[in-house]
Design a protein around this ligand. Structure first.
Ligand SMILES: Nc1ncnc2c1ncn2[C@@H]1O[C@H](COP(=O)(O)OP(=O)(O)OP(=O)(O)O)[C@@H](O)[C@H]1O
Length: 877
């Protein structure tokens, strides 16, 4: 079974809207149908039917009828004119590709039959190798070739409608000129500027359409001919009222950039300049006075145009070529500020978009292809942006024109301020389906672009003003973003590139640089702000720490000063209390020897109580004399006697014991032999009764003691006061500077006897010293427990001092223990001989003859003090 052909599918693009019919004229006045009205009806008929549908192609109008159609439609609305020229197939393909209608068919039925596309045309690709056919004066049908169909059972045909005119392959150059260029020339000669741009893929006939050949001239030669013909006719042999000039240049690729090349001169690169209007600085404008010279000039320029052979075109254009014809009124004052430069007619032959696989370009050709394609794309984007902007007025017009020199030069046209006409050149072959389809899809929306704010090119004052304001804005931007270093960095580029390109690129670059610098500046600001805050906080912390340290140092200084002061006070007190603090070995030796002498004297006395007492009293006198002999040596013998020496006092109290006596004989008597001289002095100085002296001294000492009592308590705080007896001793020591009291102190040492009350703590202190004989102390303790009992009155008398000095009892002892060892004796002596108590005790003893140890002790002391001096003195004497 033979495969059935694919069902045709037609998609209509840009279906023409049916114009609102004018007020119905009188039937009697029904005009005779013209070609244009017939074409309108024919075009409206398919539009009435809903698309998609199989739409028969409209009859192809003749160029004349198309021109009439074009003129009539342009009068209705100011839309962008888009013409479509279908290039004839080359060679044998032309024979196979027969257009459905080439000539106007006056027969409506025949025209209707011709309008219906055959299955061959619509479905299978319009014959052999043809994909595009004109279906009407304003529409074409594009059929997907069989080779490109995905679903072979389903064909597809796209109808592109709404063109200003569709120029079939059989259209001549004159037809094209008449259809496309005539209106522009008329407007140009009428003082309006216009632009014609030829677009299309490579090899589609753009250059052929624009320039043609000598035998078949294109739009430019025909335009020049018409201009001068009309001018000559209008002048009628008189002086021409205006001049014409011609300029021709090309924009070509150079590396990754673009450049402008003047095709009419050998000048260097041209520069795009946007001053009062978009012009090209240095572009040569050649005045033309006749068509022949102008055509020759154009031909000369075409020889310079960049062309190259590709697989698609043996003479492919590699640049965008632009020809400008300027009409300058003759009476124009060139020096005037508001000069009118006249109208400008611009014709642009763009390089055709290329596919790499079709052209086979490599290297520099490939770069040119990219440049060409990019330019075409930018051009299309500008038009699309203009259309979008017209559709949505709130949407800003995108500045795509900045992306290429061509669009920058044609900015006024691309932004809708000047009229522009497009002529699309396409190839109808199957192999060109992709390029054709792409171009039609791209350019089909352009037909909807409207011109609503056209600038009258004849009045350039308005244009100058708008351009001047634009330039002022740009200059302000440049001044804002002016950075010397940036310009220096771009120095090389500014030298190599034209000024206008440089200005635009510099603007973009400076904007980017400005944003970058602003961002960096903000970052640095934030960074330094943070660093400043941290540093400030650290500084405050350091300052506060330094302040605290300073205050601490001040406190320490104050403490040091107070301590020094206190030390000085203590020193002064100690000097006051103990005038000679220094303890020399000689003094100590003297004291020891004296004590030993006293002991030896005791040991030599009888073992009777009286004998021992006499010996002890002798020792007291000996010590007193020794101290008297050296008054400045020490305030107290006890303080200078070391611990082992101090034990003498206790030892003497045990002389009645055999062991004690032997100890004295062994250790003390040898020393006594060496102190014979001291003993002799002792006998000399005992002229005054010791008892009387002692009593006087005692009374004096008691008074001094009361006065200095408080001060002594303070001083005692810095000394160790382990027991009440020691405190009592300390009190005595405080007044020891009094010389008579020294005798009492010495007497205290001597007064130690087996019956003498000794405080246990005092004994412990001696024991702690380690210098006392342990066995002696132990025996002493046992005896003291049994025999030494202080009377109640004595205890109360001592308690007066103890109460205030007990506070110091727990403090560590820092004073010499030698001092304390003698103090209990002195303290007890002081108590024993203090005032009425002494007498009362004596009376009590006499009356009661009590057997209490305390009473007996007092009696003994009294007897000693009263009797011994006399006996001693007598014995000495
Ligand atoms: N309508 C036409 N009738 C006869 N020959 C044509 C027609 N159009 C184009 N040609 C021929 O096709 C060839 C390519 O044409 P042309 O160079 O103008 O294409 P193009 O679009 O300018 O290509 P490119 O973009 O590469 O420059 C030329 O040899 C030209 O003579």
């Amino acid at each position: 079974m033979a495969a059935s052909p694919a069902p045709p599918t037609t998609v209509r693009r840009n279906p023409p809207r049916r114009a609102r019919p004018p007020p119905t004229p009188l039937r009697s006045a029904k005009p005779k149908p013209t070609v244009s009205t017939l074409l309108d009806e024919a075009a409206a008929a398919p539009a009435a039917a809903d698309a998609p549908s199989i739409s028969p192609p409209p009859p192809t109008p003749t160029p004349a009828s198309a021109a009439a159609l074009s003129s009539s439609s342009s009068s209705q609305d100011e839309r962008l004119k888009v013409y479509l020229r279908i290039r004839p197939l080359p060679g044998p393909e032309r024979q196979r590709c027969k257009p459905s209608s080439r000539l106007p068919n006056p027969n409506p039925k025949a025209k209707e039959q011709a309008r219906k596309p055959s299955k061959q045309q619509d479905g299978a690709g319009a014959g052999a190798g043809v994909c595009l056919v004109a279906t009407g004066a304003n529409s074409v049908a594009l059929t997907v070739p069989q080779s490109k169909l995905v679903d072979l059972k389903r064909g597809r045909t796209e109808v592109f409608d709404g063109f200003s005119a569709v120029l079939p392959p059989e259209s001549s150059q004159h037809d094209i000129f008449t259809e496309v260029m005539n209106p522009l020339v008329d407007e140009f000669l009428g003082g309006k500027s216009g632009l014609l741009v030829a677009m299309g893929p490579t090899g589609s006939g753009k250059t052929h359409t624009v320039f043609g050949t000598p035998r078949n001239p294109g739009i430019v030669p025909l335009t020049l001919q018409k201009i001068f013909n009309i001018t000559d006719e209008s002048d009628g042999g008189n002086q021409p009222t205006r001049f014409f000039s011609l300029s021709m240049f090309e924009i070509l690729c150079e590396g990754k950039g673009e450049r402008i090349l003047d095709l009419l001169s050998d000048a260097a690169d041209l520069v795009l300049q946007q001053s009062t209007s978009t012009t090209i600085k240095g572009l040569k404008e050649v005045a033309i006075s006749n068509s022949m010279d102008a055509e020759s000039l154009v031909s000369h320029g075409m020889l310079k145009r960049s062309t190259a052979a590709t697989n698609a075109n043996s003479e492919s254009s590699r640049s965008q070529c632009i020809i400008t014809i300027r009409a300058i009124p003759k009476n124009n004052d060139l020096q005037s500020e508001h000069q009118i430069s006249g109208s400008v007619l611009t014709i642009a032959d763009l390089a055709g978009a290329e596919r790499k696989k079709c052209t086979g370009n490599k290297g520099s050709r490939l770069l040119e292809s990219n440049f060409i394609n990019n330019t075409s794309m930018v051009f299309g984007l500008c038009l699309r942006a203009l259309l979008d902007h017209q559709k949505k007025q709130k949407k800003t017009l995108e500045k795509h024109f900045k992306n290429s020199l061509l669009t920058r030069y044609l900015r006024d046209y691309l932004e809708g301020r000047k009229r522009m006409t497009l002529i699309l050149n396409v190839k109808p072959g199957d192999g060109d389906y992709s390029d054709t389809s792409f171009l039609l899809r791209q350019a089909s929306p352009y037909m909807k672009i409207r011109y609503t704010s056209l600038d009258d090119s004849s009045d350039l004052v308005t244009q100058k003003r708008s351009n001047a304001s634009l330039i002022c804005q740009e200059n302000r931007k440049k001044r804002k973003v002016h950075k010397p270093e940036v310009l220096t960095a771009k120095g090389k580029d500014t030298i190599d590139k034209p000024d206008d390109i440089e200005v635009s690129e510099r603007d973009a670059f400076l904007n980017l640089e400005l944003q970058r610098v602003s961002r960096s500046e903000q970052i640095m600001k934030n960074l330094f702000r943070t660093l400043w805050a941290v540093s400030k906080q650290k500084l405050l912390e350091s300052e506060s720490a330094a302040k605290r340290t300073r205050e601490l140092l001040i406190d320490k200084d104050i403490q040091i000063i107070e301590l020094k002061k206190e030390l000085n006070d203590l020193k002064s007190r100690s000097h006051e209390k103990f005038p000679i603090a220094a303890d020399t070995p000689v003094e100590r030796s003297d004291a020891v020897t004296v004590s030993q002498a006293a002991l030896s004297s005791v040991s030599q006395s009888d073992q009777t109580e009286r004998g021992s007492s006499d010996a002890a009293l002798d020792a007291v006198h000996i010590v007193a004399q020794v101290v008297d002999k050296e008054p400045g040596s020490s305030g107290s013998c006890s303080e200078q006697i070391p611990a082992h020496d101090a034990g003498v006092a206790h030892a003497t109290s045990h002389l009645d014991h055999p062991s004690d006596r032997s100890f004295a004989e062994l250790h003390i008597l040898p020393c006594m032999k060496s102190e014979q001289a001291s003993l002799s002095q002792f006998s000399v100085c005992g002229k005054k009764a010791p008892v009387e002296q002692s009593e006087e001294a005692l009374s004096n000492n008691i008074k001094v003691e009361d006065i200095q009592h408080n001060a002594d308590i303070e001083a005692m705080k810095h000394h160790d006061c382990p027991s009440f007896s020691q405190q009592a001793i300390s009190a005595v020591v405080d007044v020891s500077s009094n010389q008579p009291f020294l005798e009492l102190q010495g007497m205290g040492a001597v007064q130690q006897n087996p019956e003498e009350p000794v405080c246990e703590s005092d004994l412990n202190d001696h024991g702690d010293s380690g210098d006392m004989l342990p066995h002696v102390l132990n025996e002493r303790e046992s005896q003291m427990e049994a025999s030494v009992v202080l009377s109640k009155d004595d205890r109360e008398a001592e308690g007066v001092r103890d109460k205030k000095e007990d506070l110091c009892a727990s403090r560590p002892c820092k004073t010499k223990k030698t001092t304390r060892r003698l103090r209990p004796v002195a303290g007890m002596m002081l108590k024993e001989f203090s005032g009425t108590e002494l007498d009362a005790a004596a009376d009590t003893k006499k009356q009661g003859g009590g057997g209490e140890a305390g009473a007996g002790r007092s009696d003994k002391l009294i007897r000693l003090l009263k009797s011994r001096p006399e006996s001693i003195m007598n014995r000495r004497s």
